[in-house]
Design a protein around this ligand. Structure first.
Ligand SMILES: [Zn+2]
Ligand SMILES: [Zn+2]
Length: 128
């Protein structure tokens, strides 16, 4: 592959990623969470916030990376349905345990949000 070809490859790859609705939905979810915490004004700190989150959640980052790789290689296929409510739109992968990156549950974004709300609540209760 020469340089021009390589550039083209990456451009197409980025394009595909942007068009994938799951990816967009994941991004939107992260944005929304962040806005809720910091307000809409500090938009430019978003990137910083993400990298901080990645630093403090290395297992989550690694798990989602490994999962993405397996999907790319065809070892795991994306589900078309939410395993809870059978919703067919906006399906994301949820990791019950980041130590098992390929052990995932496919959920729609609303069920996913719900699960995480419960998880954070439980965590808070545990520390109280
Ligand atoms: Zn659902
Ligand atoms: Zn999750």
């Amino acid at each position: 592959m020469d340089r021009e070809q390589q550039r083209k490859y990456w451009r197409e790859y980025a394009e595909k990623r942007r068009k994938s609705s799951t990816y967009r939905e994941e991004q939107r979810l992260i944005y929304r969470k962040w806005y809720k915490k910091h307000g809409r004004k500090r938009k430019k700190d978003y990137i910083l916030c993400i990298s901080e989150w990645q630093k403090s959640n290395p297992e989550a980052v690694k798990a989602s990376y490994l999962l993405r790789e397996s999907i790319r290689k065809g070892q795991i296929s994306r589900s078309k349905k939410c395993s809870k409510c059978r919703e067919v739109n906006r399906i994301v992968a949820h990791h019950p345990n980041y130590k098992e990156p390929l052990n995932i549950i496919w959920l729609c974004t609303s069920c996913h949000k719900l699960i995480h709300n419960v998880l954070t609540k439980n965590r808070k209760n545990a520390t109280m």
